[in-house]
Design a protein around this ligand. Structure first.
Ligand SMILES: [Zn+2]
Length: 490
């Protein structure tokens, strides 16, 4: 039925009378003959896919095949895949009870467990404060909007296969939002704007819903409901270069706070087929994007034809700890929506003009960013992001009260701590905290109680010896500061 090449091989789609079983797949794998040289290949995996023409009693199945020019390349790729599977966020997410999916709820919908939710709260708090400290206004918008809104935005025309069926309320159709943009535009349009108001920057955590084929759903990286750290900037033509430069700067600073660096920047140009705006308009815009990147002394690659139909964009890709390029922030110019929604501002000369619009998401989506962080750090989150930062172990039951008080003092100082007052052996408790990847473990016995102190073990640096609370707090201060939001723009 159709096949397609990927970077590491290809896949083929089949129409079969029954779905492929794991045993059946192994059989096909064993009976497969090598195609023409020079190529080494190996069957990798299979999945069911949906097709527009559903045929009763038939199943669309996709088989993925690894294909390389040499044996060595195939081996290296398999080694890389092994490392990736050890760091797989789905595996670590289950081990550390960070998040899960449930068939009973629906495919592609995520349940955030307390520890995963804690990481999410911390990264959301950081990012919200970063936005507010750097000139963004925080907004909230609904999850659904009337059909008319999505007609104006062009979503129903261009994007409807990714949207869910409408809900009917008071004889009107409403759609779950696939994007937040029309809502931010509606806030802008809620009052007349002057050049003095610009730039206007709205940010929110907008939860959007998009249809993804079930065969393509994957952990947190491809889901059907996700939250974007979304923002829109509305500005004048004179402000656009500065706004783009600042957005890029904010993005790179934010990513470094999460221990992520080694990014590469791509500028996507006009797509060949469908695009709005004149060639000249695109060229001017792309030159502004290039300047914005150069303003920060950075270089870029061109993604020829990779822009959206409504404008060029800057993508930031990160090199993760497994050496993979991971798509992260997107900063997108938009020639389309301001006109469609009749946006305007009164310029200095009394004329009404259409503002420029930038869409930007620095994390991309919170779900995908969580997957990236989990895999990059292999579940061993930075101190400021660790759901539990300190695990406390009493040497004997008689030390439990002291440990509880110690925990409360840590919590009073904003450090998330847990005490293990269980019956198990002290060593097992220490080991348990270590398996949970808790950055610091305190052990407290008689001598510690007498000295109003505790014994500290660090995951990173081993045994640190006896410390008092104040000493520990100043010891971890630099690590805590990595997660403090601050103003980075002038
Ligand atoms: Zn947008």
């Amino acid at each position: 039925m159709g096949s397609e090449m990927t970077v590491t091989g290809f896949y083929c789609n089949f129409l079969l009378p029954s779905p492929v079983s794991p045993e059946g797949f192994e059989k096909i794998k064993a009976n497969m003959k090598a195609p023409a040289e020079p190529c080494v290949f190996e069957l990798h995996s299979f999945s069911g896919i949906h097709s527009e023409e559903d045929i009763p009693g038939k199943f669309f199945q996709r088989i993925y095949v690894l294909a390389f020019a040499t044996d060595r390349e195939l081996r290296e790729h398999k080694e890389q895949m092994k490392l990736a599977s050890e760091a797989d966020h789905r595996k670590i997410g289950a081990q550390l009870s960070l998040f899960s999916g449930s068939g009973a709820i629906g495919q592609g919908l995520v349940l955030w467990h307390p520890k995963g939710a804690m990481v999410r709260v911390l990264l959301e708090q950081y990012q919200q404060q970063m936005n507010i400290s750097n000139g963004y206004s925080w907004v909230f918008t609904p999850h659904i909007g009337k059909a008319r809104l999505w007609e104006i935005s062009g979503h129903l025309e261009n994007f409807s296969e990714d949207m869910y069926s409408p809900l009917e309320i008071d004889n009107e159709k409403y759609y779950l939002k696939p994007m937040n943009c029309p809502f931010h535009i509606s806030i802008y349009n809620s009052e007349p704007r002057s050049y003095r108001d610009l730039p206007i920057r709205y940010a929110e955590y907008g939860t959007v819903y998009r249809y993804e084929m079930s065969g393509t759903l994957h952990g947190l990286t491809r889901v059907r409901g996700f939250t974007q750290d979304d923002a829109h900037i509305f500005c004048s033509p004179e402000q656009i270069e500065m706004e783009l430069t600042n957005t890029l700067k904010l993005s790179l600073h934010t990513l470094s706070s999460f221990g992520l660096s080694g990014s590469s920047i791509y500028i996507s140009t006009r797509p060949e087929k469908k695009a709005i705006g004149s060639n000249e308009q695109w060229e001017v815009a792309i030159n502004i994007l290039k300047k914005a990147v150069r303003n920060l002394g950075l270089s870029y690659d061109i993604d020829e034809g990779g822009g959206a139909f409504y404008g060029p964009k800057i993508d930031i890709k990160l090199l993760d700890s497994l050496g993979r390029d991971v798509q992260c922030s997107t900063i997108q110019l938009d020639f389309n929506l301001p006109g469609r929604f009749g946006m305007s501002y009164m310029d200095r000369d009394g004329q009404f003009r259409t503002p420029y619009m930038i869409h930007r998401a620095l994390f991309g989506s919170i779900e995908r960013f969580m997957a990236l962080l989990t895999e990059h750090h292999k579940g061993d989150f930075l101190f400021w992001l660790a759901p539990v930062q300190v695990g406390i172990v009493p040497v004997r039951p008689s030390h439990s009260d002291y440990c509880r008080r110690l925990k409360n003092k840590l919590m009073d100082n904003g450090i998330r701590a847990e005490v293990n007052n269980g019956d198990m052996d002290m060593r097992d408790k220490i080991k348990g905290f270590s398996l949970e990847m808790i950055p610091y473990v305190f052990v407290a016995g008689d001598r510690d109680m007498e000295a109003s102190a505790f014994f500290v073990r660090s995951r990173k640096n081993g045994k640190l010896g006896q410390m008092k609370l104040e000493e520990f707090l100043s010891y971890v201060e630099p690590e805590l500061n990595e997660g403090k939001a601050k103003r980075v723009l002038d």
